[in-house]
Design a protein around this ligand. Structure first.
Ligand SMILES: [Zn+2]
Length: 728
């Protein structure tokens, strides 16, 4: 997941440093106790670093207010410029404007995802509608829009570089898509809608976090731990201690705690309990229930889309994506859905046979595979069919060693080298966070990578990448600062953290986003790094997942935590043989969520009861009874805690189509580390940000459009003939 701040909705929040702010930084040797450090430009090494050691939560509100006021003044100056509109006095000037707000919002984004205390939550609730109104005020500035339009109309014959033309197109399109052309009453309505939505998103994510924090299953007796391998058991015990839960261990209501328990616990009754609590997040009919919020969000989104001239929210959202239309995205999802469901039926029958045999052997009553059994029996089938035991793999998957492995891959493909900075050299928001400097082989500074691996209270669940600062060389060269964030259970002090194969894949995934940010080599910050189309941004990250299973990485870095010996080749061979195992489950779990997301947002202004919609749509799709959506509607944070992935959860499948196809570019050539293909990848994918249309950039890299054949092969599904070309 990529949580790069989308610069306050779709507005180009540009940059300008107020002279007053510059003064503070150059003079203040010993700032007064009440000094708000967020108002200052970042100082220190690496072109300035975020001053986490001096930020107080109470600084955010005044800094965000000051940032909005400053940007408003800058925008007025651009709009009222008596000189005719040019690229420099309009488009580039917008890039210069809003720097204080951009910087503050990014730091606030770090707090609201990783240190979301009640105080931060309150600020978030208070500020969300104000920020949304501010962004609308810029979009709706008619004089400003006319200047943008003038530069846009003249873009092809005013001597602009292709990057400048792209930025002009993007700025203009963002303004139009956000309502710049509407008449005054429509603009007023749009502002009201955006503000209401901003508040609803905040309430949704806070309700969800509350349900994750306030529910857990306490494990008291030895039998409560039945079936759990040592590392998972240790994690659950550490989790209870950390949360101050008075029990031997606890299954927290988060994915990283729940999934391993469902995979290994032999206590079917406890699995059911844990599963029910987890899939009921936001759906308990209490104060944190999100169903009413969702109905309201969908209603307001449908109204907004109509107002902006689109049939539905999905049409509006997809217009500037690589897929372009909901129909293209639906066609891909539907093509994959049928073979995936077919595969689930086979998987279930394998598991049912195993469960029946077990009950006969044990003389216990027969069971029918239920959703809380899927992960448990899938693991057993994997063991039997592929002789692959996840617990046999895990001792080789040490978090720290895999981190070194990722660094090694970055060295091979990107000539990036990572060096950990001594504690204290660069301030961090929380003591567990570590900072690494990234340089090229020749020693040129590339950027900083912050690593925040552990779960803790007030941190959102899951894994993601943040961009603290984007690369640019517009007025002066600025280097990238990115972070990778995860929720690994810390385990016992001094012992290596062993992670699952899936978690190792996620680790590489998020690192792919980080490399995308770090590779950026563009002029304008709005086009930098991961600021690309939503269905393209997951492509570099999903592609990077592939390098985990290369022998080069496994032999060097998948080392047994006790013996230090590399993972045996027989075990690697088993991992490869089992690669397409359980792809029915994985695809259907994901795709059911993606289809519900798209269908909810294609329904237009039909009033929606989220619960009924979900169950009726799944029934119509033929959703297997044994699987639940990866994100049920009431807990679908991707879609309801912001506009970001709304009508956009399909992006992961879209991007995986690209990544499977791109990986075959390596395997068709000299292998995963082929220098020629790696160079093309850097040149046409990782370094260009949004300076080139993604479909064109892909064609440059691959020599042709992407097809679905590689995706079907990767998942072990029958290859459709002929392969569908879906890029335009
Ligand atoms: Zn991602």
């Amino acid at each position: 997941m990529n949580r790069t701040l989308r610069k306050l909705s779709t507005v180009i929040v540009g940059t300008l440093l107020l002279s007053t702010i510059m003064t503070t930084t150059t003079t203040a040797a010993a700032p007064a106790a009440s000094h708000n450090v967020l108002l200052d430009r970042w100082t220190g090494p690496f072109g300035g670093i975020p001053p986490f050691d001096r930020i107080q939560a109470s600084d955010f509100e005044p800094a965000l207010e000051a940032g909005m006021a400053a940007q408003q003044r800058e925008i007025e100056a651009i709009a009222k410029n008596p000189a005719p509109a040019t690229f420099d006095n309009t488009i580039a000037a917008l890039e210069r404007a809003g720097r204080l707000l951009d910087r503050t919002s990014r730091v606030f984004g770090i707090y609201s995802s990783t240190l979301k205390t009640p105080e931060i939550q309150r600020i978030e609730s208070d500020m969300a509608p104000k920020l949304s109104a501010h962004s609308d005020q810029i979009i709706q500035n008619t004089a400003l829009f006319h200047r943008i339009e003038a530069v846009f109309d003249a873009r092809e014959h005013s001597g602009l570089t292709s990057e400048q033309q792209r930025l002009t197109w993007l700025t203009y399109t963002n303004f139009v898509r956000a309502g710049a052309r509407l008449d005054a009453p429509a603009k007023a309505r749009l502002t009201a809608l955006n503000q209401s939505l901003a508040s609803l998103y905040t309430r949704f994510s806070q309700n969800l976090l509350a349900d994750e924090n306030e529910h857990w299953l306490a494990l008291d007796t030895e039998t409560d731990f039945a079936g759990l391998p040592e590392s998972i058991r240790a994690g659950l015990m550490a989790g209870a201690t950390e949360r101050g839960i008075h029990a031997k261990g606890a299954v927290l209501n988060t994915r990283s705690s729940v999934e391993p328990f469902l995979e290994f616990s032999s206590r079917r009754d406890l699995r059911e309990k844990v599963w029910r609590t987890f899939v009921s997040r936001g759906d308990n009919g209490d104060a944190h229930d999100t169903n009413a919020l969702i109905a309201q969000i969908l209603k307001l989104r449908a109204e907004r889309a109509k107002l902006l001239g689109y049939p539905t929210h999905a049409h509006w959202r997809l217009e500037d994506s690589m897929a372009k239309t909901p129909e293209h995205a639906m066609a891909l999802m539907e093509a994959v859905w049928t073979p995936a469901v077919e595969r689930v039926h086979q998987e279930v029958s394998d598991m049912q046979a195993l469960a029946d045999r077990d009950s006969t052997t044990a003389g216990t009553p027969k069971i029918r595979i239920e959703p809380w059994d899927y992960r448990y029996y899938a693991e057993k089938v994997r063991k039997e069919k592929y002789d692959l035991d996840a617990n046999a793999v895990k001792p080789y998957l040490q978090l720290e060693k895999l981190r070194e492995g990722m660094f090694w891959v970055a060295g091979q493909l990107f000539d990036f080298h990572f060096k950990e900075l001594p504690k204290g050299q660069v301030p961090v928001a929380q003591p567990d966070i570590r900072v690494f400097e990234v340089s090229t082989g020749k020693g040129a500074h590339v950027g900083l990578w912050y690593f925040d691996p552990y779960a803790r209270p007030h941190k959102e669940s899951g894994a993601w990448m943040n961009e603290y600062r984007s690369q640019e060389r517009f007025e002066q060269p600025v280097t990238t600062i990115v972070s990778n964030n995860a929720n690994f259970v810390k385990g016992r002090a001094g012992e290596p953290i062993l992670i699952s194969w899936d978690d190792a894949t996620t680790l590489f995934h998020e690192f792919g986003h980080a490399l995308h940010g770090l590779s950026s080599n563009v002029t304008y910050p709005s086009l930098a790094g991961t600021s690309v189309a939503r269905d393209y941004v997951e492509f570099p990250s999903q592609l990077l997942e592939h390098w985990l299973s290369t022998p080069e990485v496994l032999n060097r870095f998948a080392l047994h935590y006790q013996t230090g010996k590399p993972i045996p080749p027989e075990l690697v061979a088993k991992i490869h043989r089992a690669e397409t195992f359980n792809q029915g489950f994985k695809t259907v779990e994901y795709l059911s969520s993606a289809l519900i997301d798209m269908k909810l947002h294609l329904a237009g202004d039909t009033p929606i009861d989220p619960k009924r919609f979900e169950s009726e749509t799944l029934a119509a799709l033929g959703m297997p009874h044994e699987i639940v959506m990866r994100h049920r509607t009431p807990q679908f944070g991707h879609v309801f805690s912001g506009d970001g992935y709304s009508a956009g959860y399909y992006s992961y499948l879209w991007a995986d189509t690209l990544s499977a196809d791109a990986w075959e570019a390596f395997t068709e050539a000299g292998g995963p580390y082929d220098p020629g293909v790696a160079a093309r990848l850097r040149e046409h994918v990782f370094s260009i940000g949004n300076t080139v249309d993604p479909a064109e950039a892909y064609r440059e890299f691959r020599g042709r459009d992407p097809g679905t054949a590689a995706l079907m092969r990767k998942r072990g599904f029958p290859v459709l003939n002929p392969p569908t070309q879906h890029s335009r």
